[in-house]
Design a protein around this ligand. Sequence first.
Ligand SMILES: [Cu+2]
Length: 151
Amino acid sequence: MFTNPRMRILGMGLLLVATAAMAAAPAITVEHAQAIMTTPTFGAAYATVKASSNDTLTGVSSTCCDAVEIHKSSFEHGVMRMRHLDAVPISANQPIIFEPHAQATSDDSMHIMLIGAKKPFKPGDRFDITLHFAKAGTQPQHFTVAKPNKK
Ligand SMILES: [Cu+2]
């Protein structure tokens, strides 16, 4: 491929770098993926996302809805506020937990907001959200619509 010896060394170096980059791509695992709807077309998706090494979740996308967004909610003066996050770091020691407020271990929690479902969701419906990572690339994930909580 490279006739010039210096080019050959350069080529091998690039191959090593490429191999190292592939080896470094974290393995992503997703657990407890479900959605809880407030109305048939509006709700939130929850999951625990784990990575084998450092990465960054740079966004979410889905054809299910007009918009899906990573939100962080926090209580300020007793009022729950939601903020759109552009990126969330993840590491082997620090999973990303999207969880309902009621189960959150701190006042701050994250969820994937589902805005304007194109086909109204029923309990048991399944849909996909694609998670976008800086290193691991795109990771499609099934979510199941949970049954509403009995009150
Ligand atoms: Cu939200």
